[in-house]
Each structure stands twice: as C-alpha cells, then as structure tokens.
Design a protein around this ligand. Structure first.
Ligand SMILES: [Zn+2]
Length: 286
C-alpha cells in the first residue's frame, strides 16, 4: 500500500500535459483529488474506485495521475485500486453549510405514490449515465467555462432542508439568470441524455469523457439532441424554472466517477473562488 502525500492547499500543485491550468486537488467530500501514481508506462494504468473506472492523465514528466471525484459521503480515506493494488488517499472532513428552502408544491417535497414510479424510472435513466466511462476525455475538461452568466445563488454541498425536512445535499451549483438566458456547454462533449424530469425539469446531460458528466437542469428550452457532439461554448438551451425550482436559474451538476463534485473546481476563471466559497456563507442573490 502506498501512502500519498496529502495536499490540502487552495491551489493545485500539479500540471499535466496539455492543460492550461493546474489540476484540481481538493481532498474533501465533494472535491477532486489528483494522485500521482509513480507509473510511467505507455498504456494508462487501470484505476478504479468502488468498481468504477477513474480518470487518468499523464503529467509533463510522463507520470500517470489519477483524477478522482470524492463522493460527498466519503469518510476519512479514499481507496483507489491501481493495477490491482491499493492507493489510499487521505480525505479531510468538511462541514458544508445548511440551506433552508420553502417549497409551496407539497408534491415536490413528499412525492405521491404515483410520482415515485416516475422518479424511479428517471433514476434508471440517469444512473447509467453517471456510471458510464469512455476512454476519450475532452481536451478542455479542466478548463471549463461557466455555462450561464449570473451570480451563484446557491453553492455546492449545502445541506438542504425542504420545508424543514432534511434532503440530500446540494449536488451542484445554482447560477441565477433570467428565464430564456442562454446555457452553453462548459467543455466539449456528447449529449447523452435529455428529458423532462420530475425534480430536475428539462435537463441535458453532457458526457465530457472518462466518467466526467455535466447535467444542466430546470431549462425552459432544450436546443440539443441525444447523440449530438458539442464544443465548449455551444448553445445547449435556455434558463428556466421547470421541475423543482423556486425561480428561474441554472442548476449545474458535475459528476466524476459517479461522485458529484464542486463544478467550480474545474472552471478556468474562478478556481480560487471555489475554495473561498466553501469557507464563507453565500446568500441567494449574492
Ligand atoms: Zn441547484
């Protein structure tokens, strides 16, 4: 077993070939860790976490790095399987803030039995997307751009209470924008799923490769089709308030190896902000 040095600084330390920014290394639940593997083979090592393939990239020095999403439920360590041996990565606990929301539509807080059938069917569509893996990753995956213009109205990781009932933590970021405002692709990818979902409303899933998936929710309009490839900046659709939304905004989830991670860790223009975000209380409209 190899112990990996723990990096708990705000800024990532490693540069990989072809990336304009350092790779994220934020060893907290909901973060992304970049782990040097001490392997310089031609072929990528086989890295998995909980049975799912993990992204691997080569550094400038020719060493392979694993880039893994840390699940929000992760405990003190993350065990990566690397060519069938284990690499243990220390994970720091992190106390995300709480958010209390009042939802008028009671059905969206406590769905009725007839809604559960639909919700379960939709999970059956979304889960395989989050667990999917293809070998090719978008060249600009670590230099994403914001998919909509506007202030962050709700940060990643908040422990949420709907009508004072505890629910899953906020698995993405909310960007406040008027209905009809454009939503663009944060990085290159393929549209792998679109639909109108009970909670998420009109949604688009973009596969950026190697297990990295973006989901855009609550859209008023979808302008892409499943199977279509998109380039960074291409129009995906428009901001709306479909599904469980209190007003028009874009909810953007980023998932890596089926772990929901803070999307801001991959944004080329506000990487440092993402760390301050987790240290400060953000109020809606801020
Ligand atoms: Zn949201």
């Amino acid at each position: 077993m190899k112990k990996v040095k723990q990096f708990f600084t705000a800024l990532p330390l490693l540069l990989a070939a072809g990336f304009a920014q350092a790779l994220p290394d934020n060893p907290i639940p909901g973060g992304i860790v970049t782990v040097p593997l001490g392997i310089s083979s031609d072929n990528a090592p086989e890295v998995t976490l909980d049975g799912l393939s993990v992204m691997t990239v080569k550094s400038d020095s020719g060493e392979w790095l694993a880039v893994a999403g840390v699940p929000l439920t992760q405990g003190n360590t993350l065990d990566l399987s690397v060519n069938n041996s284990t690499v243990t990565v220390p994970i720091e606990p992190y106390a995300y803030k709480e958010q209390h929301i009042t939802i008028e539509n009671k059905r969206q807080v406590n769905p009725e039995t007839r809604d559960m059938e639909r919700i379960n069917r939709e999970y059956g569509q979304m889960t395989p997307v989050y667990k999917s893996y293809n070998d090719t990753v978008a060249a600009n995956w670590a230099t994403m751009i914001r998919p909509a213009e506007g202030p962050y109205s709700s940060p990643f990781g908040l422990k949420r209470f709907f009508n004072e009932q505890p629910r899953n933590p906020h698995s993405g970021v909310d960007i406040a924008a008027p209905a009809g405002a454009p939503i663009i692709a944060p990085a290159d990818g393929t549209i792998v799923l679109t639909g109108d979902f009970f909670f998420n409303g009109n949604s688009v899933f973009i596969d950026h490769g190697q297990g990295l998936i973006s989901m855009m929710c609550h859209m008023s309009r979808i302008d892409v089709k499943e199977g279509q490839t998109v380039k960074q900046g291409d129009l995906i659709g428009a901001v709306g308030s479909t599904g469980r939304a209190t007003g028009p905004h874009l909810h953007w989830t980023v998932s890596l190896n089926n772990a929901r991670v803070n999307p801001r860790l991959l944004l080329q223009d506000d990487l440092s902000d993402a760390t301050s975000e987790s240290n400060s209380q953000m109020s809606p409209g801020q």
